[in-house]
Write a protein of this length. Structure first.
Length: 118
């Protein structure tokens, strides 16, 4: 099983980015999916998560600006980030609870850099 994240980049404050993370492999189903971020010198933190039926949760600092969504047919989770701020600068990681035929577990994507700077 692999999680491939994409969509990061360098943007100015106030601009938007959309991150994607696609899971591939012998997947039976996927439960909880989420996005985490880790800024330089800080611990990794949960940004947003979404259940298999679409219930969402966000850390307070991104509420109203970020939207998490998923396409279960494509085994993909998205993070739409609007009104980006310099403090959103971090490496963003996706995470998913993946069920395979004989095992299951939480898997991490490789991380994608988001830099917000003027």
């Amino acid at each position: 099983v692999q999680l491939q994240a994409s969509g990061g980049g360098l943007v100015q404050p106030g601009e938007s980015l959309r991150l994607s993370c696609a899971a591939s492999g012998s997947i039976v189903s996927i439960g909880l999916m989420g996005w985490y971020r880790q800024a330089s010198g800080k611990q990794r933190e949960l940004v947003a998560q979404i259940t298999s039926i679409g219930n969402t949760d966000y850390t307070d600092s991104v509420k109203g600006r970020f939207t998490i969504s998923r396409d279960n047919a494509k085994n993909t989770v998205y993070l739409q980030m609007n009104s980006l701020k310099p403090e959103d600068t971090a490496v963003y990681y996706c995470n998913a609870d993946i069920i395979m035929e004989y095992s299951s577990g939480f898997y991490w994507g490789q991380g994608t850099q988001v830099t917000v700077s003027s």
